[in-house]
Design a protein around this ligand. Structure first.
Ligand SMILES: CSC[C@H]1O[C@H](OP(=O)(O)O)[C@H](O)[C@@H]1O
Length: 350
């Protein structure tokens, strides 16, 4: 299958003009209708973009977290109180969304650079410039990591597609968007799809719309269509009947935080898919970078779950009706066939 990955936009980029840094990111709130880029030099605007899901997806917000600290460092470089103001900003950035560990990971990467630079006697501006280089590096590294995840995942699906001496291209089901738009470029779960499709291992991807924010209906189907991968959009409540018909060969999703025992937090609705896949004997794969694995979190019970605005579920409130809107759920490791990382495939101990 010939892919058109060049049609995919770069989710987040960094620029430096006249000594002033800018972050340029795809405004994912405007997709699929319009491909619009947000440009900002203000760390507060970048935090708002994370909160409003203009930039979203664990690896993408990890890069955004480090980039926001970089913008703050340039803002505070020429005034008093650089170290104090920067740490205050770092705390506010890390608190923008609670579930994806990558956000704190990105902010901590920035904190490490700040500590090392200041220990070495760097000025505030020199420290800010070191953070700019970190942001560039994280963007480049993310794509490399995703391609390695894709390669390991394709090897896994190659085995699934093998039918004697023939290859039977697979029907895959995914949830939310763990694609190029959820990362700096290429994607995690969809990175596996792209790498597999290039080997002729993919027949079609079924994408859940993923209520209430519809990352599947707005982002995944757009991204896969741009890339030239056959894709069918379905409502979240259609997965069971598709599996019952034997039309799903594997489920592949992303993750926002993986606990030390292999429990994985991902977009709300993932747990239900894992239960269905287990019932129908369908492999359930999670694709995520090592930066999403949080060994300080013992199990999924300890993963904070973001509670979002009720209006995402019910824009026009009905008197007397309560609404709940947890943005993630946790799939226990025993329902996960394998976790695909850039280091290889991890089958959590049963
Ligand atoms: C590659 S991680 C993508 C991950 O992030 C999404 O959540 P959100 O769109 O709210 O940032 C979803 O859980 C995806 O699987």
């Amino acid at each position: 299958m010939e892919l058109a990955l060049n049609n995919l936009p770069r989710t987040i980029a960094v620029e430096l003009e006249g000594g002033v840094p800018s972050i340029v990111l795809v405004d994912q709130c405007r997709l699929p209708g319009e491909l619009v880029y947000l440009r900002t030099s203000d760390w507060r605007e970048l935090v708002d973009a994370v909160k409003t899901l203009a930039v979203r997806g664990a690896p993408a917000i990890g890069v955004a977290g480090a980039a926001a600290v970089m913008l703050a460092a340039f803002e505070y470089a020429d005034g008093d109180g650089f170290d104090r103001l920067l740490e205050e900003a770092a705390r506010a950035i890390a608190a923008a969304r609670p579930t994806a560990v990558n956000l704190v990971w990105g902010v901590n990467k920035a904190r490490e650079v700040v500590f090392e630079a200041r220990q070495a006697g760097a000025s505030p501006r020199e420290t800010a410039e070191a953070l700019y280089r970190l942001t560039e590096d994280l963007i480049a590294e993310d794509e490399t990591v995703n391609r390695r995840i894709g390669s390991h995942g394709a090897a896994l699906l190659r085995g699934l597609a093998a039918s004697g001496t023939q290859v039977r291209p697979l029907n895959l089901l995914t949830h939310c968007n763990a694609g190029s738009l959820a990362t700096a470029f290429y994607g995690t779960a969809l990175g596996v799809v792209y790498a597999s499709a290039q080997e002729g291992l993919v027949n079609r991807v079924y994408a859940d719309e993923t209520r209430p924010v519809n990352q599947g209906a707005r982002l995944t189907v757009w991204e896969l269509a741009q890339a030239g991968v056959p894709v069918t959009l379905q409502c979240d409540n259609m997965a069971a009947s598709l599996m019952e018909k034997g039309q799903v060969d594997a489920v592949i999703v992303g993750a926002d935080r993986i606990a030390a025992n292999g429990d994985a937090a991902n977009k709300i609705g993932t747990l239900g898919l894992a239960v269905l896949a287990n019932f129908y004997g369908i492999p359930f794969y999670v694709a995520a970078p090592m930066s999403t694995i949080d060994c300080s979190t013992k199990s999924g019970a300890d993963i904070p779950i973001e509670d979002r605005d009720r209006a995402e579920v019910l824009p026009d409130p009905i008197p007397g009706v309560e609404v709940r809107n947890p943005a993630f759920d946790v799939t226990p490791y025993r329902l996960i066939t394998a976790i695909v990382t850039e280091e290889g495939v991890w089958e959590p101990a049963r």
